[in-house]
Design a protein around this ligand. Structure first.
Ligand SMILES: NCc1[nH]cc(CCC(=O)O)c1CC(=O)O
Length: 319
């Protein structure tokens, strides 16, 4: 008898494809019969600016409630949308292998950021992307936009659908890849120019704590987990947590994990892009690599705080 598993997801096209991939992967790893349960979150319901929606977790809370209530057994989130705080009763069952974490420019007429004219209008809802765009090109105009990936792409001039009132938008490459929309990408940003959000390109597969470790679902989750990705996102999120910031802060971080090193590069920006602070650190993972990744993120955050990161990024005042 296969184990019956209900997998909870937001109903956006991106969430549904992400959940679909996780379902297929889990079903290939153990004898599971998987049912998909759609859950509506505040992030789907409310239309205000992402930066003002009331902090972190707008895409996540309703899914976590469904997990805790037993309406589903597994929840799939974009890792970058997951708040850094503890979720009592829940654990990260698996962090599957990450996709390319870079941000992508989707501009009209195949243009790159350097090729866009002065005064070009670029849409993003992310203070992190806005600050780094302004740092790279102080002469462009950044406007706040919301909506799912297709809505945002539709606002680029020359798009087949939509009003086309923008010269470009910035989106995560990973989301575009999952939606089969890489055709819209005109430039992939070097992380030294546009550092991605902590956890960008990775997924979080969350489950209730204390479920039996020998059940088919638990076996499949352990096999799906990708240790280098887990270590990278642990380091990136430890940095964010120590900075007491969330996904709406102008903070980018990217860890790269090899057999003998975890390297973490981070940027903290003034929201208007007129100043940025970059710092890097590395650690040699030992017998408890997750603890080492956690310590690395916290240490780099201390370094940034000592250099004035909280004042620069207006942490604690922005929300
Ligand atoms: N906040 C929305 C969100 N959450 C995850 C992704 C993309 C996929 C990912 O980073 O894993 C997106 C859209 C975007 O930023 O372009």
């Amino acid at each position: 008898m296969p184990q019956h598993v209900r997998i909870g997801t937001r109903a956006s096209a991106l969430a549904l494809t992400q959940t679909g991939h996780v379902s297929v992967d889990l079903a290939a790893l153990a004898d599971l019969e998987i049912e998909t349960v759609r859950v509506r979150t505040d992030g789907d319901r409310l239309t205000g600016s992402l930066a003002t929606l009331g902090g972190t977790g707008v895409f996540v809370t309703a899914l976590r409630d469904a997990l805790l209530d037993g309406r589903c057994d597994v929840a799939v989130h974009s890792l970058k949308d997951l708040p850094t705080g503890d979720a009592p009763g829940l654990v990260l069952g698996a962090v599957p292998e990450r996709q390319d974490p870079r941000d992508a420019l989707c501009a009209r007429d195949g243009l790159t950021l350097a090729e866009l004219p002065a005064g070009a209008v670029i849409g993003t809802g992310s203070p992190r992307r806005a600050a780094q765009l302004r740092a790279a090109r102080p002469d462009v105009v950044v406007v706040d936009i919301r909506g799912n990936v297709d809505t945002r792409l539709g606002r680029v001039a020359g798009a087949e659908h939509g009003p086309g009132d923008l010269d470009a938008v910035v989106l995560a490459r990973a989301g575009l890849a999952r939606l089969d929309r890489l055709d819209a990408v005109t430039e992939l940003f070097d992380p030294a120019v546009m550092a991605p959000a902590p956890g960008q390109g990775a997924l979080a597969v969350e489950v209730r704590a204390g479920e039996p470790g020998d059940a088919p679902l638990a076996v499949a989750l352990r096999a799906l987990d990708h240790l280098p990705t887990r270590l990278a996102v642990v380091a990136e999120r430890a940095l964010l947590a120590r900075l007491e910031a969330g996904c709406a802060a102008p903070i980018g971080a990217l860890a790269t994990v090899s057999a003998d090193e975890i390297r973490l590069d981070a940027v903290v920006a003034r929201p208007d892009g007129t100043a940025t602070l970059r710092r890097s650190a590395a650690a040699l993972p030992g017998d408890r690599p997750e603890a080492d990744a956690l310590a690395l993120g916290a240490r780099l955050a201390e370094d940034l705080l000592g250099a004035g990161a909280a004042e620069l990024a207006e942490l604690g005042t922005a929300r």
